[in-house]
Design a protein around this ligand. Sequence first.
Ligand SMILES: [Zn+2]
Length: 192
Amino acid sequence: MAAENLSWQDALKKLEEGNENFVADKLDGQLNDSSRRSQLTSGQQPYAIILSCADSRVVPELAFDKGLGELFVVRVAGNVSNASSIASIEYAVAHLGVNLIVVMGHESCGAVTAAIQDVKESPSLNHLLDQIKPAVSSAGSTDVNTVVKKNAVLNADKLISDSEIIKSKVDSGSLKILSAFYNLGSGKVDIL
Ligand SMILES: [Zn+2]
């Protein structure tokens, strides 16, 4: 049983404060040093899970101004909820007691663009893009950022529909899932 963790409301507040620092070029750079590393050798208690794209321009620890052991970050192109990403998230929910999940898409996502263009390049890529296609067909637009936002919302929903562990915590009110959009230029994270 995980120790008491931050409520999702308190976790969200910490993310919002950190993002304000990042946007203002005022990163605090805390919790990244040797004493923090030592503190964490016996365990971890992150308070937010971020499902993010793998894009090099989107770095959750920087975007939310957070140090070691604060965020449980799962990254895959197109921030899709699939068996592997869901399993990682289930671990953090069930065993680390995390109460907040943010599914974060980003401006001008290459994976989403490829899905819109129906790119065929390799079996693995095709498999990944197939997981983004529901957003393409339901967004009602081929504008990449519109589809990115739809994709974040659909994958947030999928965490609940495809995981009994996640669904039961959401139903009980302890776990919150939000979808978000990261703006490349400003660094601002908009909750959708
Ligand atoms: Zn991307």
